[in-house]
Design a protein around this ligand. Structure first.
Ligand code: MN
Length: 130
């Protein structure tokens, strides 16, 4: 079964980069370009993992993540929060909103596929246990 990965990113260049990195794997890719679209799409599509840019139009990635975590359907969905620059306090803010992992741009595209695979594996194990 193909896992659904939702990429939330408003910068077209970064979106293309994520697409290129994830295309190598056999994932189904969903793309959202603002916070409201991300929230609607997540609820509709129930992705297996979310790559969440934090700085987004309409609703921030922090708010989208908080909203999703209020929903029991998303309590275990891996979310990777990504900020444009590593600023002091970002890690705490991003993890505090409910993201599992914090990354800052430029994203390490070599490490990303492995991280995603690992998170998917972990969440699958978790859902099998419950
Ligand atoms: Mn952005």
């Amino acid at each position: 079964m193909k896992e659904k990965i939702m990429v939330v990113e408003d910068n077209p260049q970064n979106m293309r980069l994520f697409e290129m990195v994830l295309r190598v794997e056999d994932y189904t890719l969903l793309k959202a370009t603002d916070g409201e679209e991300a929230l609607d799409m997540a609820i509709r599509e129930q992705p297996d993992l979310i790559l969440m840019d934090i700085s987004l139009p309409k609703m921030s990635g922090l708010d989208v993540t908080r909203k999703l975590r209020e929903d029991p359907a998303f309590s275990d969905t891996p979310i990777i929060g990504i900020t444009a620059y590593a600023m002091k306090g970002d890690r705490e803010k991003v993890l505090g909103s409910g993201c599992d992992i914090y990354m800052s741009k430029p994203v390490n595209t070599l490490a990303l596929p492995e991280m995603i695979a690992e998170l998917l594996l972990r969440s699958k194990k978790k859902s099998r246990q419950s």
